[in-house]
Design a protein around this ligand. Structure first.
Ligand code: ATP
Ligand code: MG
Length: 416
């Protein structure tokens, strides 16, 4: 029996991969407008990094990590997200010594042991961005504006931006207590996980996808009503800057995130088109994270988007690549000439196809059709002896006779 891939681990085949390349290229182009540089981080990290940063009482650390002990008895984990690794690299290479402000983006696979379904996989891909060293709310607005810009650039009207604040270590404990008080009466409706985490991480219940928890948390108090003066001012200022940047948003009072390191501004780009997989991108401020993993007290903010979910939103768009020219040839000599011309034209930067096997003209024309090339050139014995051949524009149907050299063919395709 043929060996198959592993459940939840997907191949991205030609036809689909063009969409991915488009998403990645758009991200690079847009993020670089905002001064970000790419960072490439490893897939494997010490397990401890994720336990400490993401938090022990989170879904990711409790049940979703691909962790194992390697041959040297080291506890390692295939990264479930990128922020922890980027911050580990930032601290390890003392990037802050030169300038605490780092503006970074990354892209690549992440791994979580979840139940695979549409928009949820075990190996999935994120494009993420992080900005360290700025506590000012204008940078929160800048990050959100960049993310919105990216989705606009893809031509998507979904998803839309929702924001909230999770406060800081000064005000969140008050909110936690209020939420615990609220949940105490409803504790029987919570799912087993949320019951268990009632003491260690009651906020999880707000984010839980189980129907019981959704129901039980209706009307729960909002963090926004418990923000301390500074967090409240930060939230107001973030909104002011979002308005200055003309970035539309809505406030979602019950949004909490699945990772413990967030403080103050948190946000999601949400869609109604992907069922329970409604978050296409998500992130927030993490002013305590860098210190938590052993670095200096430096603030940060960032997000990650799920590339599979972005690709699903782009489902309608056509991405197949189109060669510039298909050269059909009749006879051995013409076939050799077609090969010579193809090679010269490709070196000059044109995308050219021929039929390598030199089949019948009819089957060659079928291939030309399949490639949907912009032009076709047909070479037979007559054309070889004349030294010219008909170059047909497949879109306009117009035809011109061009000399059989790469330069003339290129000029013909450029309409000269
Ligand atoms: P969800 O609530 O859907 O589980 P999450 O809160 O766990 O998402 P984050 O950890 O914030 O997600 O990751 C950021 C983004 O990565 C998500 O908004 C989503 O687009 C994508 N993502 C997360 N987990 C998966 C997965 N298992 N498969 C595909 N994409 C994912
Ligand atoms: Mg999740």
């Amino acid at each position: 029996m043929a060996i198959t891939g592993i459940k939840g681990f997907n191949d991205i085949l030609p036809g689909e991969v063009e969409k991915w390349q488009y998403i990645e290229a758009t991200a690079r182009r847009v993020f670089e407008l905002y001064g970000l540089s790419e960072i490439r981080i490893p897939i494997l990290e010490k397990t401890e990094l994720f336990c400490r940063s993401i938090g022990d009482a989170t879904d990711i650390v409790e049940k979703e990590m691909y962790s194992f002990v390697d041959k040297g008895e080291n506890k390692v984990t295939m990264r479930p997200e990128g922020t922890a690794s980027v911050m580990r690299a930032y601290v390890e290479h003392k990037m802050h010594a030169l300038d605490p402000v780092a503006r970074l983006y990354y892209m690549g696979p992440m791994f979580r042991y979840e139940r695979p379904q549409k928009g949820r996989y075990r190996q999935f891909h994120q494009i993420g961005a992080e900005i360290t060293g700025v506590a000012a709310p204008s940078v929160d607005a800048q990050v959100l504006t960049m993310l919105t810009h990216f989705f606009n650039e893809l031509g998507l009207t979904e998803p839309s931006l929702q924001i909230n604040s999770l406060g800081c270590p000064c005000c969140r404990p008050l909110y936690r207590d209020a939420l615990k008080k609220f949940l105490l009466d409803r504790i029987d409706s919570l799912c087993e996980d949320c019951k268990r985490r009632y003491e260690s991480n009651p906020l999880r219940a707000l984010d839980c996808k189980s129907a019981g928890c959704q129901e039980a948390t209706q009307g729960a108090p909002s963090m926004l009503d418990y923000l301390c003066g500074e967090c409240s001012a930060h939230f107001d200022q973030t909104r002011k800057y979002l308005e200055l940047a003309d970035t539309p948003y809505a406030i979602n009072k019950r949004m909490v995130r699945g990772l413990d390191y967030y403080t103050r501004t948190t946000f999601e780009m949400v869609t109604t088109l992907l069922g329970a997989q409604s978050a296409v991108a998500a992130g927030g401020r993490y002013d305590g994270l860098i210190a938590e993993i052993g670095g200096p007290q430096i603030p940060g903010i960032g997000f990650a988007m799920g590339v599979e979910r972005v690709a699903l939103l782009l489902a309608e768009k056509e991405f197949s690549r189109r060669p510039d020219l298909f050269i059909a040839a009749m006879g051995e000599e013409a076939h050799a000439e077609a090969f010579r011309l193809m090679s010269a034209l490709q070196r000059g930067g044109a995308a050219v196809e021929i039929d390598y096997e030199g089949k019948s003209l009819k089957s060659q024309m079928r291939r030309a059709d399949k490639f949907n090339s912009r032009f076709t050139l047909i070479i037979g014995g007559d054309e070889l002896s004349r030294g010219t051949a008909p170059l047909k524009n497949m879109d306009g149907g117009t035809q011109s006779e061009v000399p059989l050299d790469a330069e003339s063919i290129r000029a013909g395709m450029n309409g000269k």
